[in-house]
Design a protein around this ligand. Structure first.
Ligand code: GLN
Length: 530
């Protein structure tokens, strides 16, 4: 998945590299998913072909229906039984997102499989929510696209129980009535999902429209026994959610996001979410400026290029905090280095994530360790001063799925009681975050960098791999080799992000005094994490 085309590649605890939608499910449901939860056409076909090669079909003709559709159904049934979060308990409800748009060639076998699954599940066990867009053209709410979509999906046998209408403004009563009539549902089965000030308020909107009682009755949820402890936790989490997302915050915190895939903002989805979660936590509105790192590089180009350059630096100079997220390849990295220097020299809070961590360390070496030619092996394999090198265990030949991936431990080193990064994790000695990289800080240069003041406060279990750096005499200058954004949640923001946003808003000390671990007990419990 090319980040600038498809958006971010989300990384799971297990190291699975999956569609960014899975990140939304983890964030909203407080669950941990596995690669098995991501079904793709490729995985299904591979499964069918492997079965055929093994002889499982006993020489029968292999076809889309029933073999591919059966494979999809079996996959869903198997995955729906995977215990969530190590509790050992099977989930009571399985949410299946059938992505795409009705009519897409790619989705046809999936539609047929779900139609069969619905039929097999029987009454009280399957609910189909069809999501459709209701555009407003010259002030008129148009129901035709939804009517057609519902007609098509019904013709395939996947009959909607609820039609969720995405729209910019609330739908008129008459529009809802028209939709109900033409989609053959009752008016209360039409959900009006209008744009909200923030996406976090959408669950409140759905709740207002009585979605929960409908789910309860259509899925016979009263038959499920929920332990009193779980029920209390659920209520507490919902209350916490409402208290965080309901207010509209006035004071803003201005952050510059400096990256190389700025043309596709979804490439940084989890980063943006983690910044939003953190801003809500300190009760501020996030004002995010998107800056293409290439624009920060001096240019010999004409007027337009010069204008871009000056505009980009103007934006940087007005930011209260600067974040450089992950990425791959040389392009744009000189601009990232320049901006890390700006933040370091001007005491602007800075967070470098993965590639951002690596480039900030390289820039530090160039400026302060007498290594003007410092670089990464990723940018110049022949360079002498390689501050960032290829990790020894990584496969150089196969590029796909061979990085250092998923949840790994970071150990806070001795004598790091001063570290704000550590304090943000409640002073813990060991933390676990998700990774996705093939290069690392050159272990041979660590001593030199540390002597000059770039403290690697967190390392892996071997002490050889650098995980977190921090400057001591700076308001907040932190880099992490891991991607803390992947585990951020609305009521439980990622700690490095929270620290960065709080430092940018000038309230890091207050946040640290409040003991950030404490208010999030509920979410932590639901995660099954310790
Ligand atoms: N390109 C760098 C590496 O492979 C950083 C990766 C990233 O930012 N996810 O190590």
């Amino acid at each position: 998945m090319a980040p600038a085309e498809h958006g971010e590649c989300f990384v799971l605890c297990s190291g699975g590299e999956v569609d960014l939608d899975l990140g939304n499910y983890e964030r909203y449901l407080s669950v941990r998913l596995t690669s098995e939860h991501n079904i793709t056409t490729g995985k299904v076909y591979l499964n069918v072909i492997e079965k055929e090669r093994r002889g499982d079909y006993l020489g029968k003709t292999v076809q889309i229906v029933p073999h591919v559709t059966d494979s999809i159904k079996d996959w869903i049934k198997r995955v729906s039984k995977i215990p969530v979060d190590g509790t050992g308990e099977e989930p009571d409800v399985c949410i299946i997102e059938l992505g795409g748009t009705i009519g897409d060639i790619e989705s046809m076998p999936f539609i047929e499989a779900l139609t069969q699954l619905r039929h097999g599940a029987g009454a009280g066990n399957f609910l189909n929510i069809h999501v459709s867009y209701v555009p407003t053209v010259h002030g008129e709410q148009k129901t035709k696209p939804t009517q057609h979509a519902v007609k098509s999906i019904r013709s395939y046998g996947l009959i909607p129980d609820i039609v969720a209408c995405r729209c910019e403004t609330p739908l008129a009563q008459s529009t809802v009535a028209k939709l109900a009539l033409h989609c053959q549902v009752e008016a209360d089965q039409v959900l009006v999902v209008r744009d909200m000030p923030t996406i976090y308020q959408v669950p409140l909107l759905l709740s207002e429209q009585k979605l929960i009682p409908q789910l309860r009755s259509k899925l016979a949820l009263e038959k499920i026994t929920v332990s009193p402890a779980m029920a209390t936790q659920g209520t507490a989490l919902w209350d916490l959610w409402k208290s965080v997302v309901t207010p509209t915050y006035q004071d803003e915190v201005k952050i510059a996001l400096v990256g190389k895939y700025i043309t596709c903002q979804d490439a940084y989805l989890s980063v943006v979410k983690a910044l939003e979660h953190s801003a809500m936590r300190i009760r501020k509105k996030l004002n995010l400026m998107w800056i293409d790192s290439e624009d920060l590089e001096p240019t010999t180009g004409g007027g337009a290029a010069q204008a871009k350059y000056h505009k980009a630096w103007h934006d940087v100079s007005t930011a209260s905090g600067i974040i450089v997220p992950g990425g791959f390849g040389h392009r744009g990295t000189e601009g990232m280095m320049l901006v890390s220097k700006w933040a370091r020299d001007n005491e602007i809070p800075f967070l470098g994530v993965c590639l951002g961590f690596q480039v900030a360390a390289i820039q530090f070496a160039r400026d302060l360790c007498g290594m003007p030619g410092a670089t990464s092996e990723e940018f110049d394999a022949q360079a002498t001063d390689r501050v960032v090198v290829f990790m020894p265990e990584i496969d150089r030949k196969t590029m796909g799925g061979t990085m250092r991936l998923g949840l790994r431990k970071t150990i806070f080193q001795q004598d790091t009681a001063w570290s704000r990064a550590r304090a943000l994790y409640g002073g813990a000695e060991v933390i676990e975050e998700r990774h996705r990289h093939r290069y690392e800080i050159n272990p041979e240069l660590v001593e030199k960098l540390e002597k000059t003041g770039l403290h690697f406060v967190g390392k892996d279990e071997t002490g050889e791999r650098m995980e977190i750096f921090e400057l001591r005499d700076h308001p907040f200058f932190v880099g992490t080799q891991f991607h803390a954004e992947y585990q951020s949640q609305v009521v439980n923001p990622s700690r490095p992000y929270l620290g960065f946003v709080a430092a940018s808003a000038g309230c890091l000390d207050q946040v640290l005094k409040q003991d950030p671990v404490e208010p999030f007990k509920t979410a932590t419990l639901l995660n099954g994490a310790t």
